[in-house]
Write a protein that binds this ligand. Structure first.
Ligand code: K2U
Ligand code: ZN
Length: 168
């Protein structure tokens, strides 16, 4: 994640019920403009401050198609990969496996809630990176889970809407 000299700001995180979380976010027309670069920097700082492994622009009240994916080992996923955070602008899921995996999720916008969600195990993604370059790449496992959780945010979907009902 390229960071320039500017200080990052920790932004307030929209909570469930905020209209912005239920909207379809708009594509970014110019990834290189300074407002986009500043937003990415501030989303990253906000995610780190909240101990997140991902964040989507609508969560900081910006209805734009930008997500950050930043897997790291954590209590729920001790074997999650430690990765350089990736900013994905206008991310598209080109293909996803029919094979799914059930896993526990939380959300910075839905406090004190954990639920089991079935997600595709493998994804093929296309997106623009922070430098505005077109990237196509494959992801799987916990990183694929985070991507699907964040892309849902861009489409106004919260993980609790996908949660598997408790097995009785
Ligand atoms: O988008 C968000 O609200 C950040 C999510 C990211 C996430 C996606 C999929 C599965 C788990 C989390 C979380 O709030 S980050 C907090 C967290 C971290 C690890 C595991 C569960 C929850
Ligand atoms: Zn979330």
């Amino acid at each position: 994640m390229m960071s320039t000299l500017h200080e990052a700001q920790i932004l307030s995180i929209a909570q469930q019920g905020e209209p912005v979380l239920a909207q379809l976010a708009q594509a970014v027309s110019n990834p290189l403009e300074s407002e986009v670069q500043t937003l990415i920097r501030n989303m990253h700082a906000t995610m780190l401050a909240a101990n997140g492994v991902g964040i989507a622009a609508p969560q900081v009240f910006q209805s734009l198609r930008i997500i950050i994916v930043a897997s790291r080992p954590n209590p729920r996923y001790p074997d999650a990969p430690l990765m350089e955070p990736i900013a994905m602008i206008n991310p598209e899921i080109l293909w996803q496996s029919t094979e799914t995996c059930l896993g526990e999720e939380g959300c910075l916008s839905v406090e004190n809630t954990r639920a089991q969600v079935a997600r595709a195990e493998h994804l093929k993604m296309r997106y623009l990176n922070q430098q505005g370059e077109k990237i196509e790449a494959d992801y799987s496992g916990f990183v694929a889970r985070i991507i699907q959780h964040e892309v849902d945010h861009l489409n106004g979907v919260l993980f609790v809407e996908r949660a598997e009902l408790a097995q009785d």
